[in-house]
Write a protein that binds this ligand. Sequence first.
Ligand code: ATP
Ligand code: MG
Length: 430
Amino acid sequence: MTTGVVCAVRGPAETVVVRELAAAGHRFEVTRRCADLAELLAAGAAGLGALAVVSADLPGLDREAVAHLRGSGLRVVVVPGAPGDRLGHLGADGVLGDAHDVVAALEAALAAPADVAPDPAAPPPAARVAARLDGPADPVSAPGAPAPPPGRLVAVWGPTGAPGRTTLAVGLAAEIAAARPGAAGDAAARDTLLVDADTYGGTVAQVLGLLDEAPGVAAAARAATTGRLDVAVLATLTPVAAPGLRVLTGISRAERWPEVPGPSLDLVWAAARDLAAWTVVDTGFCLEDDEMLSYDTRAPRRNAATLSALAEADAVVVVGTGDPVGLQRLVRALGDLTEAGVGAERRVVVVNRLRASASGPRPGDAVRAALHRYAGVDHAHLVPEDRPACDGALLAGRTLTEHAPGSPARRAVQALARHVVGALTPVPVG
Ligand SMILES: Nc1ncnc2c1ncn2[C@@H]1O[C@H](COP(=O)(O)OP(=O)(O)OP(=O)(O)O)[C@@H](O)[C@H]1O
Ligand SMILES: [Mg+2]
């Protein structure tokens, strides 16, 4: 069978690649020699090949472009532009050191599993923890026990209507930082990281009084896409907002959302797991896959940051509000999450702003019964309406943990944090 190859190789290597492929008989056929990235992407989108050989120094080639080619069904092999090029950040299927080896490199790329791009520079993927989030933590042994173990990642998500995603994300991160869970492992000494990945107008920096901060998440995404992001760089981008709590601030001006592309965030999560024992991510509300909404498939995707965080998270805290509208949105949102690939086993459902005035004299019983009946949710965490504590913390630019430690809202968030940490913490067997 002949496999089509689109090439965008610069310099003398192009001739070598084309000659080697011609010498391989009918195995490969060069279907297009592209002069630039636009032509390469168009050739990929037109289905002109199953493989792409691309120079790493092709102007404009970055992780998003490689992801786009892969999304068009191509396996991508990159050719270093200069000796010693670090190419792992591109997320390609292979690297071609010597153009004479192109046939072997393409065969290897074709043989690799479809959904996994070998990424030589990326840290090992964190082991997912099989946890029952609706019940007591399962005992899970640490496989291979690398030191330090990769941190856990918790995404906080909820539907439209400002249900309290940011309040809970900040609260959870602050509680985890204050408790420093991790027992005897190295994780005990590592910080907690709070990431603002809301591309509809992040407010984490403002909530924590970090008013002068440039959007750290945009800087981290830029570093990721150019191969410069590692744990040390991420540390420089994450100021310490409270003891043990680092913050990667977000896009506070909503129109800057294209600066946070999803494929770059995939690398940010990897660096976050190296930097922090726990990462808590505040996300946007929308789960629509923007590509379905646009004819321009190369256009940046506004919801990709949220979808990337949800895909990566070990647990997703799903927040709704304790009133009839909020509950109905929450029920629908749980269905949307299932469609987005976030199953019930990864969810922790929270009803925030619970109050008798909106849900009846026994509001906890009422919302739990409704969630059970309409969404099959067996356990929901409840956070009461607590204006004095939440407003006071906001006004002071401090966390609930610092500002109102004895308040009802803080105690509920603390209990939620204990539950999440307990469910995701490996318990050695024996
Ligand atoms: N339990 C609570 N009691 C009282 N007020 C609360 C509570 N939780 C959140 N709030 C308040 O509700 C408002 C919205 O909360 P928050 O900003 O956390 O929501 P969000 O889901 O992140 O919204 P957005 O869509 O703007 O990102 C804030 O003023 C916050 O202080
Ligand atoms: Mg918010």
